[in-house]
Design a protein around this ligand. Sequence first.
Ligand code: G6P
Ligand code: MG
Length: 218
Amino acid sequence: SVKGFIFDLDGVITDTAEYHFEAWQNLAKNYDITIDREFNEQLKGISRMDSLDRILNHGGRETDFTEAQKEEMASEKNGEYVKLIEKMTPEHILPGVLDFLNELKEHNYLLGLASASKNGPVILERLNLSGYFDTIVDPSLLAKGKPDPEIFLTAAHQLGVKPEECVGIEDASAGIEAINKAKMFSVGVGDKESMKEADYRLDSTEGLVLDVILNKVK
Ligand code: G6P
Ligand code: MG
């Protein structure tokens, strides 16, 4: 039976996926690289440095910069992103998410956060949600990013439950792949194309309802 729910953050709990997109788009523009929403799907769930590599690759500029320059570019992007998240309040929690978290706590489920973002803990604080999570995986301690299952397996381990006893919730196709490889039940929030591998797909977070999900797991 299900004992734990493991959440992605950006694009699932709050709409920071939009802030990441905006900050990357502005950085890319400085180097004459254009990124659109379709390309952005590939950046969801991917670490800061890997995202930068994909963007440079997309613009055919992967060999134009030194490691030190790339570090500088990544920290410039993060600087803009951090400014955007400073303005966040609990009003930025996506629709249905708070009710769902309360429902999960009422029924004593264990909650974990499996976000690749180093800004995850700060965002949970801004949203007043830190108290809901029994564990947060520190992405800087992982060997591999999504779509590798490591982050979800680590979350289950930290919660003290088996992966098979967990439901994972994601908005990124790399995240769904990670959940599936971890042998958890995957819930995907997003369009049919990017969520095609999800065990259960929702158009929006408003569909996050405990009974409905538990019925699909069976
Ligand atoms: C999440 C987001 C990605 C982001 C990554 C790293 O996975 O979906 O878009 O690049 O976190 O975030 P960070 O805040 O550490 O740059
Ligand atoms: Mg996400």
